[in-house]
Ligand binder design. Structure first.
Ligand code: SAM
Length: 341
């Protein structure tokens, strides 16, 4: 796809033409990654964070109750993921250096030893030594959205710490070199974001040859500085579906989730619409309910109070209703599957 074509689709408002985009993306999804929807059990292991991202409700200093799960609590969530038949557990947190590298490595080793799960980390910008140690301990994948490929916008919303500038695109390349399957992604509808930026994001997904691509609408959190800034005039939910479809066409083999942010803006059918427009993954939340409300990256998150069993039943019913099946096994991206001996 040329840049002009991508921009054409991003500007497209005619429902009949958009149906053609959804059809093409859905066809590519079915042909390349099939009808299976892989379920990744998401565990929000800590909401401590040292960063001051202008968009995020758990940024340093934000008025939330902080928590950090113990290794045993995390391990129990991994057992629950296994019991529910999921192939992957995703350990996500704010950038929390209280998650000590060796404790994280021990937790990864325990999950590795006692479950068949693939392990995905999403712990922010950590040192190469830490990333290498966690990979060595058995972590398979790392999710690190670069949020926007517009460097000036990124610097404004995601301030660097100390003297080293934050460079998530460089870090994604290092993760790949360390042997991780790499997941990037962006928020859609950020103040100051343009359609040109979104076209650049699609080109960046392809250039990085990502294994996973996370796309969600930006949802303002009232306790953050970005919430006061005007957002683009376009509908960020619809624009996110356009991005999901274009990401599928640009990176046909990638794993692309129907994100919780989409389910939050459209509780009735956000996930289903993403799944029928290019997505092939869902991330049910396994975080113990007593912690979940404190992982408030944006307000009024979908599925905040339902227990894991209830969420699981609901998602399976929704998948069945749209004619999709639950994926068996780890649900590796095609590259991971190819690289297996
Ligand atoms: N600390 C890790 C990191 O920064 O990659 C993982 C946790 S971070 C909260 C996960 C993702 O949440 C971010 O990459 C960002 O895209 C998304 N996020 C944070 N605040 C958001 C908001 N207000 N609206 C939509 N998505 C948001």
């Amino acid at each position: 796809m040329t840049r002009a074509e991508v921009l054409g689709w991003l500007r497209e408002d005619d429902p009949a033409r958009l149906d053609e985009l959804w059809r093409r993306a859905d066809e590519a999804r079915r042909r390349v990654v099939g009808d299976e929807v892989h379920l990744r059990g998401l565990v929000e292991v800590s909401n401590h964070c040292v960063r001051t991202c202008a968009y995020c409700g758990i940024r340093a200093g934000a008025p939330v109750t902080r928590y950090r799960m113990s290794p045993l609590e995390i391990f129990e969530c991994a057992l629950q993921a296994t019991a529910l038949g999921y192939g992957t557990v995703v350990l996500q947190a704010g950038e929390d250096f209280g998650l000590e590298p060796e404790v994280v490595a021990e937790t990864i080793r325990a999950i590795r030893k006692h479950t068949p799960l693939a392990i995905t980390l999403s712990l922010g910008e950590r040192t190469d030594e830490e990333l290498a140690a966690w990979r060595e301990a058995g972590a398979d994948r790392y999710l690190l959205r670069f949020e926007t490929s517009n460097r000036a916008l990124y610097d404004r919303i995601h301030p660097s710490r100390g003297r080293e500038p934050s460079d998530r695109i460089a870090m994604l390349r290092r993760l790949r070199a360390l042997g991780y399957a790499a997941g990037g992604g962006v928020m859609v509808g950020l103040p100051g974001q343009t359609l040109d930026d979104l076209a650049d994001d699609i080109a960046m997904f392809a250039r990085l040859d990502l294994d996973m691509i996370g796309l969600g609408p930006y949802l303002p959190h009232p306790a953050t500085p970005l919430a006061a800034e005007p957002r683009p005039a376009w509908d960020s939910e619809l624009m996110t579906y356009r991005m999901v479809a274009l990401a599928r066409l640009a990176c046909p083999g990638a794993n692309i989730p129907g994100t919780t942010a989409l389910a939050t803006v459209n509780r009735a059918e956000g996930r289903e619409l993403a799944l029928s427009r290019g997505a092939n993954v869902l991330m049910p939340n396994l975080t113990p309910t007593r912690y979940r409300e404190h992982y408030e990256i944006y307000p009024d998150k979908a599925c905040l109070r339902e227990t894991a069993d209830v969420c699981d039943g609901c998602l399976r019913k929704r998948l069945h209703a749209i004619g999709r099946t639950v994926g068996e096994g780890r649900g590796d991206a095609r590259r991971e599957a190819r690289s297996e001996p």
